[in-house]
Design a protein around this ligand. Structure first.
Ligand SMILES: O=C(O)CCC(=O)C(=O)O
Length: 476
C-alpha cells in the first residue's frame, strides 16, 4: 500500500515539497520564521497573540516530520490543519477590528505565516494522499491559502515563492491529466471584506445590494454637448527627449502609439490565456457599475471563475452575468510573477521632475486592470505620473486638467476626495453643477498597443469599449 502511494507521488511534487519546506525550516529543522520574527514582536504584543503563536508552532512541529511512514505523515498533516485554521480565524478577527491603518504589521505577518503553514500542510497532503480529483482539490486549496495570505496579510517573499512553486505544480498536473479543470475559458485599495472568516470570503458578494443591469448603463456622450472636447495628441514612439520636453515637463497628456510591440503580452494575453496561466489564483474582483455606486462591492474569486462568469465568450463581447466584474488596480504582477515576464517597464518611466533626483527614481507601481466591456472608472485623479498601457481591447478616456479642479466638485471626506461628483455620461450632471461648462474636456480612445500618458492630478474617466486588459505604471 505504502509503495503504491509513493509511486503515484511524482518526483516533481516531492521537489516542490522540499523547496517549500526550505521556506519554513532551516536544515536542522528549526522553524525559520520564529527566529526572524522574535525581534519584531515585542513582549507585550506577544501576550496578545500567545494563543495563535502556540497553535502555529504546534502545527509547524507536526509538519516537520520525516520518515517514510505515510499514514503517520497524513495523520500529522490532518492534525496540523485545524490548528492553523484556528490561528488564521483568530488573527482574521484581530485584523478586522479597529481602523485598518492602525493594525500592527506583526499581525499581518502572522496571518501570512499561518497561511503559509496551512498551504504547506495541504500540499503535503496532496503529495502523500494522492488520488485523482481529490488531489487537484488539495492543490486548489493550497493555492487559495497562499493567495489569501498574500492578499489579506503581507505579501512576504516566502509566500510569493511558495505560490510560484504551487502554480507550476498545478500547471504540470492539469497538463498531464485530462481530469483537470478545463482551460476554457481602484481608490487606494486595501482588501478588507466584511465576512467574519477568511474561508467564506470567496462566497461573499454584494447580495442584498441591487443587481445592476449592463443595459442601464448610459453610453451616450453628454459631455460632448456641454463643450467640444479637445483631442489628445498622438505620437508614434516619440524619443525620450521629445516626450520629456513637450509632454512630461509641460504636464500634458499624449497617446504614445505602438510602444508595446516588444511586449510578449501583446501577442499572448486573452481571457483564455490568463485562465490558463493563472486560472487558480485568487484575486479581488470589484462588482457593480463603478466604485462610487451604492451597489458596488468586492468578491474574492479565482481568475478562472472571473473569466468564466464575468467575461464572455471572447467573440460575442457579452458576459454571462448582468453584474459587471472588474479586476481593477490590482498588483497582479507581484502576485503572479509569470505574467510579469510578459510586460516591460516603459523607458519613459525613468524621467523625473527634478534633475537632481535622477538617481532616486523608484520602480513604478504596476497595476492590472482586467475586465469585460462596460467597466467604468469614475472621474478621479491620482497624484503620480501615469502611463496607462492598453494590452487587450480598447478604452475611451475623458480627461480634465488639474487646473479645472474648481469646476469638478470632488466628494468631501478623505476616502473619495480624489473622485469627482461629475459623471460625464449623465446628461443631468450639468444641471447640478452648471459651472462645469467652464471646464475643458479632452477625449481619446486607446487601442491595444497604445500607451496614454496621464499627468499627475489630471482627472480621468475611463470606460472599456470591449474586453480589456490595461497595465498602469505610476511613478514619482
Ligand atoms: O482603466 C481604468 O479603468 C482606470 C485606470 C486608472 O484610473 C489609472 O490608471 O489610474
Amino acid at each position: 500500500m505504502i509503495i503504491l502511494i509513493l509511486i503515484f507521488c511524482s518526483a516533481e511534487s516531492m521537489d516542490t515539497l522540499k523547496s517549500v519546506q526550505s521556506l519554513l525550516f532551516s536544515e536542522n529543522g528549526e522553524p525559520i520564521y520564529w527566529q526572524k520574527s522574535s525581534v519584531e514582536i515585542e513582549r507585550r504584543e506577544l501576550f496578545d497573540v500567545e494563543g495563535e503563536i502556540y497553535l502555529m508552532k504546534e502545527s509547524e512541529g507536526l509538519l516537520h516530520s520525516s520518515g517514510n511512514d505515510v499514514s503517520s505523515i497524513i495523520f500529522k498533516c490532518t492534525s496540523a490543519l485545524p490548528k492553523c485554521q484556528a490561528a488564521i480565524e483568530s488573527l482574521w478577527e484581530k485584523l478586522n477590528t479597529g481602523v485598518w491603518q492602525d493594525i500592527p504589521n506583526y499581525l499581518r505577518h502572522l496571518y501570512s505565516h499561518a497561511s503559509l503553514i496551512k498551504s504547506f500542510a495541504l500540499y503535503k497532503l496532496f503529495c502523500y494522499d494522492n488520488n485523482g480529483e481529490k488531489s487537484i482539490d488539495f492543490l486548489k486549496q493550497t493555492l487559495k491559502s497562499v493567495d489569501l495570505g498574500l492578499l489579506l496579510g503581507l505579501p512576504t517573499s516566502e509566500l510569493t515563492s511558495a505560490a510560484r512553486l504551487y502554480s507550476d505544480e498545478f500547471r504540470k498536473l492539469t497538463l498531464k491529466t485530462e481530469s483537470g479543470p478545463s482551460s476554457s475559458v481602484k481608490r487606494t485599495k486595501k482588501i478588507r471584506l466584511e465576512s467574519k472568516t477568511p474561508e467564506n470570503i470567496g462566497d461573499k458578494d454584494c447580495s442584498g445590494t441591487r443587481n445592476f443591469s449592463r443595459n442601464d448603463l448610459v453610453t451616450d456622450t453628454p459631455w460632448r454637448k456641454w463643450k467640444k472636447p479637445a483631442e489628445i495628441p498622438s505620437l508614434e514612439r516619440p524619443s525620450l527627449e521629445n516626450f520629456s520636453k513637450n509632454y512630461f515637463k509641460q504636464r500634458l497628456p499624449v497617446i504614445l502609439k505602438n510602444c508595446l510591440l516588444h511586449w510578449p503580452a501583446l501577442k499572448s494575453w486573452s481571457p483564455g490565456y490568463l485562465a490558463k496561466v493563472a486560472g487558480e489564483r485568487t484575486v479581488p474582483v470589484e462588482l457593480g457599475p463603478n466604485y462610487i455606486h451604492p451597489a458596488w462591492g468586492q468578491k474574492l474569486m479565482t481568475i478562472r471563475e472571473f473569466v468564466n462568469t464575468h467575461m464572455l465568450d471572447e467573440n460575442s463581447q457579452d458576459s454571462k452575468v448582468d453584474q459587471i466584474g472588474y479586476l481593477a488596480q490590482h498588483p497582479l504582477f507581484e502576485q503572479v510573477p509569470e505574467l510579469r515576464a510578459d510586460i516591460k517597464i516603459p523607458e519613459y518611466c525613468c524621467l523625473c521632475d527634478n534633475a537632481s533626483d535622477d538617481e532616486d527614481v523608484e520602480e513604478p507601481v504596476i497595476n492590472a486592470w482586467f475586465g469585460p466591456k462596460g467597466t467604468v472608472s469614475p472621474l478621479h485623479y491620482d497624484p503620480k505620473h501615469n502611463l496607462l498601457a492598453q494590452v487587450v481591447g480598447k478604452k475611451r478616456v475623458i480627461l480634465y486638467s488639474c487646473e479645472d479642479s474648481k469646476y469638478l466638485h470632488p466628494y468631501m471626506g478623505q476616502l473619495l476626495d480624489n473622485t469627482s461628483q461629475i459623471d460625464p455620461e449623465d446628461p443631468e450632471t450639468i444641471e447640478r453643477f452648471p459651472d462645469l461648462i467652464k471646464a475643458e474636456p479632452w477625449e481619446c480612445e486607446i487601442q491595444a498597443g497604445d500607451m496614454l500618458y496621464i499627468p499627475p492630478k489630471w482627472w480621468h474617466h475611463i470606460r472599456s469599449l470591449s474586453v480589456s486588459f490595461s497595465v498602469s505604471f505610476w511613478w514619482q
